[in-house]
Design a protein around this ligand. Sequence first.
Ligand SMILES: Cc1cc2nc3c(=O)[nH]c(=O)nc-3n(C[C@H](O)[C@H](O)[C@H](O)COP(=O)(O)O)c2cc1C
Length: 243
Amino acid sequence: MNPVMEQMRSHRSIRKFTDDEVAEDHIEAAVEAGQMASTSGGIQSYCLIRIRDTQRLERLVELTGNQTKVARCGAFFVICGDTRRHRLLARRAGKSHETMLEAFLLSVVDTSLFAQNLVLAFESMGYGICYIGGLRNNLPAVQELLELPEGTYPLYGLCVGRPADDPMLRPRLPLGSVLFEERYPDDAAMLSDLDEFDETMLEYFRQRGAGDRIWSGEMVEKFSEPRRVDAGPFFRSQGANLD
Ligand SMILES: Cc1cc2nc3c(=O)[nH]c(=O)nc-3n(C[C@H](O)[C@H](O)[C@H](O)COP(=O)(O)O)c2cc1C
């Protein structure tokens, strides 16, 4: 084990922060480190917007489902897929920007590689983080609040700050459920591994005082209904072609 892997293996989301600010030079250093993530063909289709304004932060608390940590962390960022630069370049060159689904996927993939490297950089400086997918609860309201132009896709928020909490590590699937040799395993083997994981998670939830929660049942529930159904129309209205 080396220090980088030790740090990666000690990640847990932090949801309570001290009042300490995140130093500006730390933000810049972390973003520059994040930018060195691999990026499909060098397109770098992402950006992040730091939100400091108290009223805007309070509105984002509401929009993310009353996640108060959004306004009570050292720094809050909205992280976006960003195809606008390419659109501007195309417009200036008198060309069209013919984006099909692939371009949207590229921006989501690029953004997430950037974001996770950014997170690792912050964590390496002793900060804690929490991604905020609740940002997608009401995408049109987020777009309006931040006046996000065509070609930008808000994907998630990111809380950063000094941890005021020391939560347990959340278990992950056993290696055999994610690392396969040559071919995808048969369904019975997969389901048996997942049953084992239920046991691991049951123990974890009990230790956390969260009662008897069954991970597999929660996954079934989570995906049993349409969620955030306005995402497709919203991203289309921002200029994405999802075909
Ligand atoms: C894209 C994304 C969105 C997330 N959204 C939220 C969120 O809105 N609120 C929250 O408290 N945690 C959020 N999380 C944190 C996850 O719940 C957390 O990463 C997961 O339960 C694993 O726990 P760990 O990060 O502590 O290991 C999000 C994580 C990701 C990757």
